[in-house]
Design a protein around this ligand. Structure first.
Ligand SMILES: Cc1cc2nc3c(=O)[nH]c(=O)nc-3n(C[C@H](O)[C@H](O)[C@H](O)COP(=O)(O)OP(=O)(O)OC[C@H]3O[C@@H](n4cnc5c(N)ncnc54)[C@H](O)[C@@H]3O)c2cc1C
Length: 375
């Protein structure tokens, strides 16, 4: 089998990359280890999307994704589930000045971001303001449905000639004169270029191609309250404690990233961490203590983390034809539409455009991409 380009991984990132490459006229093959698409982190996210990032490179990708989602039904005939219910960030004293400056810069460039005082924020949601200094609100931030978007991208890619192979894990990638030979247990595939979009498994996949990629899996759990009469409302992030929550039907979905979670593919929801998250949530939002918890509805997935918790996107230095789009931590679903479009453009035109800050060189230099809005 030969293709112009192969994408490894059929999560939302791989699906988006595959679609935009096929749209550009390339014969695309997609290799997916699982028997179905979008079963990795794409199926486990909180579905949040926001322009509120302190690094303009991140904000830009999410804003582009929001624009793509707004036109998604017309372009793909599928409702991507985008609902601009807002994101409300509550900032502690030590972090406020920097966050306020970054959000003011975004607002000055026309991004939909508002700086709120704590009184305004408390009109929206009840909380204890102890230790907080200010808030920001993104009226076009909200939620969407990542698996639906991934499936729509794959369908559209197929309509443009792409082949999607399931139960086809990449087990070996070998650089040959003029291109790559990629092996699965059943197939041998030739292509001049391929993209590693294997999410939390991207480091493992890189190893099979003989290069090092610092992408590490970390388990992250999402918990749900019992039906609590929740109404549609914003996703709230208490940046002081790391706790976030949003309505999910009549329930609240909530969580926080455990900074002490060991790396690796640890399985199962973390019940001890849930207790810690609840304690923190109840301190800030005392009404949370009254809510029942539906333990059985909780789920977990893996963040794919780089050392600076931002994505690595671009060509692998010294390995012509090897590309990566991985390491998105907790904000990859929302960046995927824009990343797919921009990466396809980079591959075809040779110009990185707004993806330039995400390239490998920062990792080699040990220079991180600074982002204060990691959740
Ligand atoms: C609990 C949680 C909450 C989150 N909340 C949000 C949020 O609110 N907003 C947001 O934007 N993001 C969120 N994220 C992050 C987001 O889900 C991910 O960044 C995004 O889904 C990454 O997509 P992906 O396609 O790179 O990875 P995945 O969806 O994991 O896809 C990778 C694919 O690669 C396949 N694969 C692995 N190894 C191989 C191989 N050897 N060969 C072929 N295929 C292989 C896997 O089977 C998988 O299908 C959250 C993540 C978690 C875990």
């Amino acid at each position: 089998m030969t293709f112009d380009a192969v994408v490894v991984g059929a999560g939302i990132v791989g699906a988006s990359v595959a679609y935009y490459l096929a749209e550009a006229g390339l014969r695309v093959g997609v290799l997916e280890a699982a028997p179905a698409p979008a079963t990795g982190a794409t199926a486990r996210s909180a579905g949040g999307i926001r322009v509120q990032f302190s690094n303009p490179a991140n904000a830009r990708l999410s804003r582009e994704s929001i624009e793509i989602l707004k036109g998604f039904s017309d372009a793909f005939g599928v409702d991507p589930g985008y609902r601009p219910r807002g994101y409300l960030f509550l900032l502690p004293e030590g972090a406020w000045e920097r966050w306020k400056g970054a959000m003011a810069d975004l607002a000055a460039q026309g991004y939909p971001v508002e700086l709120w005082d704590l009184g305004q924020a408390r009109d929206r949601i009840e909380f204890d303001p102890a230790g907080l200094a200010g808030a920001s609100f993104g009226p076009e931030d909200g939620v969407f449905d990542p698996p639906t978007v991934a499936l729509a991208y794959l369908k559209a890619a197929r309509e443009r000639g792409a082949r999607v192979l399931f139960e086809a894990p990449l087990i070996e990638a070998e650089r040959r004169p003029g291109g790559w030979r990629l092996r699965t247990p059943r197939e041998v595939i030739e292509a001049p270029l391929w993209v590693n979009a294997a999410g939390a498994w991207a480091g493992e996949v890189a190893g099979r191609a003989g290069y090092a990629l610092p992408v590490t899996p970390y388990r992250r759990s999402i918990y749900l309250t019992a039906p609590a009469g929740a109404r549609p409302g914003p996703l709230v992030v208490d940046a002081a404690s790391g706790v976030y929550f949003r309505p999910e039907g009549a329930r609240f979905l909530f969580g926080a990233s455990n900074p002490d979670e060991p790396p690796g593919f640890r399985e199962g929801v973390d019940p001890d961490w849930m207790v810690e998250v609840l304690v923190r949530a109840a301190e800030r939002f005392p009404w949370f203590a009254e809510l029942g918890i539906d333990r059985r509805s909780a789920w977990w997935g893996y963040y794919a983390e780089t050392p600076d918790k931002n994505a690595v996107i671009g060509p692998v230095p010294g390995l012509e034809g090897a590309w990566v789009a991985a390491g998105f931590s907790g904000h990859g679903a929302q960046q995927a539409p824009a990343v797919g479009r921009r990466l396809a453009d980079w591959i075809v035109s040779g110009r990185p455009g707004p993806l330039a800050p995400f390239g490998f060189s920062r990792l080699a230099r040990g220079a991180g991409l600074r982002e204060a809005g990691i959740v």
